[in-house]
Design a protein around this ligand. Structure first.
Ligand code: HXC
Length: 258
């Protein structure tokens, strides 16, 4: 597929998607969101890709939804087109793991895009924020919901009401990001994490992602039951036999995705 606002490279089982609108700090416009979702769906279908990394530039992961594009829209325009909800729904349907590698600004829709990924690895330069309040709107792609689950009500209210930016170190402490690394090492660390995931058995990766995501959608007892059923079902795979045999034989497993 040919893209104008993103670049896509698939190598060693990792699909790297780079947001690429440098003049607008990777602001999420209709074209970029469409291309991003197309690329994610393509990676989900592509046997060569086992894990996906989304990143931006050194200065900005994404500085939010494109304010120029949005500014003149009416209620009916945004209601009818449902741009961000459609993109969010498409991202939620991706079954392979998605890592957000965030350097610089991840604001508004950019922070929400990072949170829609499975986990965030942040450069020490990363800044997260939901500054929509300064524009006379509120977050529209999970910023009041996902952020609250990640960092709790108090910090989420602080972010959504003041619009302040949260530095990487605070984001790690608050549970928004899984790790913070020196900016120069961001891509090396994110790609290494993706490689680690890509080495595992694909059905096991998909099941693990599904089970963790279930915890956001159900009660604890239902979630535990779901996990148990999926855990039991893994014993129907050849990769379970291989993984356990390899451990006992003190060798590396050779998973065959079966
Ligand atoms: C469109 C944007 C943009 C955005 C930056 N630019 N953010 N264009 N939409 N969200 C453009 C600027 O207009 C400018 O273009 C160029 O990128 C560089 O930005 P500067 O402001 O000159 O850079 P700097 O001074 O370094 O400041 C960086 C910044 C600031 C702090 C990130 O750009 C900023 O505050 N941006 C807006 C952040 C924001 O409010 N995001 C939430 C958007 S609403 P020119 O042509 O002038 O050089 C949102 C709603 C989500 O996300 C709802 C659902 C997804």
């Amino acid at each position: 597929m040919a893209f104008e606002t993103i670049t896509v490279e698939t190598d060693d089982h990792v699909c790297l998607i780079r947001l690429n609108r440098p003049d607008a700090l990777n602001a999420l416009n209709t074209q970029l969101l469409g291309e991003l979702c197309d690329a994610l769906e393509e990676a989900d279908r592509n046997d060569k890709a086992r894990c996906i990394v989304i990143t931006g530039s050194e200065k900005a992961f994404a500085a939010g939804a494109d304010i120029k594009e949005m500014s003149e829209k009416s209620f009916v325009d945004v209601f009818n087109e449902n741009l961000f909800a459609n993109a969010s729904d498409r991202i939620m349907r991706i079954r392979k793991p998605i890592i957000a590698a965030v350097s610089g600004y991840a604001l508004g829709g950019g922070c929400e895009l990072a949170m829609a990924c499975d986990f965030i690895i942040a450069a020490d330069t990363a800044k997260f924020g939901q500054p929509e309040i300064n524009l006379g709107v509120i977050a529209g792609m999970g910023g009041t919901q996902r952020l609250t689950r990640f960092v709790g009500k108090s910090k989420s209210m602080d972010m959504n009401l003041t619009g302040r930016f949260m530095p990487a170190e605070e984001a790690e402490r608050a549970g928004l990001v899984s790790r913070v690394v020196p900016a120069k090492k961001l891509m090396e660390e994110a790609m290494a994490a993706a490689q680690k995931i890509a080495e595992k058995s694909l059905p096991t990766i998909l099941a693990a992602k599904e089970a963790v995501n279930r915890s956001y959608e159900t009660t604890l007892s239902e979630g535990i039951l779901f996990e148990r059923r999926v855990f039991h079902s893994m014993f129907a795979t050849e990769d379970q036999k291989e993984g356990m045999a390899a451990f006992l034989e003190k060798r590396q497993p050779q998973f065959r995705d079966k």
